[in-house]
Design a protein around this ligand. Structure first.
Ligand SMILES: C[S@@+](CC[C@H](N)C(=O)[O-])C[C@H]1O[C@@H](n2cnc3c(N)ncnc32)[C@H](O)[C@@H]1O
Length: 263
């Protein structure tokens, strides 16, 4: 009787530890930690390295929401050779309902647009310009088409909600949803004139609702992995990496990076 109990306990322990061990072998923790340390002050370098990791053995498609003058896009396109398609989503026009300092007049935005196209001309075969707000153009991207989306557009509560909800279906299972300006301080600008920057509160709510592990590694950058199509009823074991479910390779790398930094 005693022997049977001990045997059962051993079987249960093995059943719990085995998937964790298999999962852990996929994780390149050392590289991830070095990456975090090395690039903690430089968002370009961080994203370049992470994109190169997820695209090591395959071509990837990316969308950037909010492009401005194309500085981020240029860095990624210059330094990530396996990016085969890069969507640039930005209205480059004055928006009547956007209370942010970057909301310039149409003339200024037209100049910025031209400047951006010149800056990114070197990658003209890879870029796909979607000139419009997220709501206006997002459906030109197919569902599950993207390996990664970088959200850096509207930044208001309404805008971030729209970006997350509308981009989520466009990202593949195991793909990455991330962005800029994930900060405790929501008042980046004069609160009497401009809306607060609501990236952090909205992203926090979104990941909680989707029951995904919230991951971030840098002062003001956020990222999480898409797991499941908005299914909120997954068992807890699916969230901490101990699940036996097949996990895409790059998902494991990212899990490692962010779970370490969120401690
Ligand atoms: C912070 S800038 C982007 C900076 C750029 N990602 C970079 O790192 O170089 C914000 C941009 O978001 C754009 N934007 C504002 N509202 C938007 C919306 N609803 N959809 C898409 N882009 C939007 C603005 O036109 C502006 O160019």
């Amino acid at each position: 009787m005693k022997k049977a109990i001990v045997r059962n306990i051993v079987v249960v322990i093995i059943a719990i530890l085995l998937p964790t061990t298999i999962f852990a072998q996929k994780i390149d923790t050392k590289t991830a930690l070095e990456l975090i340390k090395t690039h903690s002050e430089n968002r370009y370098a961080t994203w370049i390295e992470l994109i190169n990791k997820i695209s090591k053995n395959k071509k990837v498609k990316i969308a950037e929401i909010g492009v401005w003058k194309g500085a981020f896009a240029a860095q990624i396109l210059k330094n990530c050779p396996n990016v085969e398609k890069y969507y640039l989503v930005d209205p480059w026009r004055h928006l009547t309902d956007w209370k942010k300092p970057m909301n310039l007049n149409d003339d200024k935005f037209n100049k910025i647009y031209k400047e951006t196209m010149k800056t990114l001309d070197f990658a003209k075969d890879k870029i796909c310009v979607l000139r419009g707000t997220t709501l206006e153009v997002v459906d030109q991207i197919n569902d599950s088409e993207l390996d990664l989306v970088y959200i850096d557009g509207d930044h208001t509560a309404k805008g971030v909600v729209i970006d997350l909800i509308k981009l989520f279906p466009k990202v593949k299972e195991g793909g990455v949803i991330g962005g800029d300006d994930y900060e405790e301080n929501i008042y980046h600008h004069d609160p009497n004139r401009f809306d607060p920057t609501m990236v952090k509160p909205v992203v926090d709510g979104f990941v909680a609702a989707h029951n995904v592990k919230h991951l971030f590694w840098n002062k003001n950058q956020f990222a999480f992995i898409k797991r499941g199509s908005g299914n909120t009823a997954r068992p807890k074991s699916a969230l901490n990496g101990s699940t036996a479910r097949k996990t895409p390779d790059h998902s494991a790398v990212f899990s490692s990076a962010w779970s370490q930094t969120s401690k």
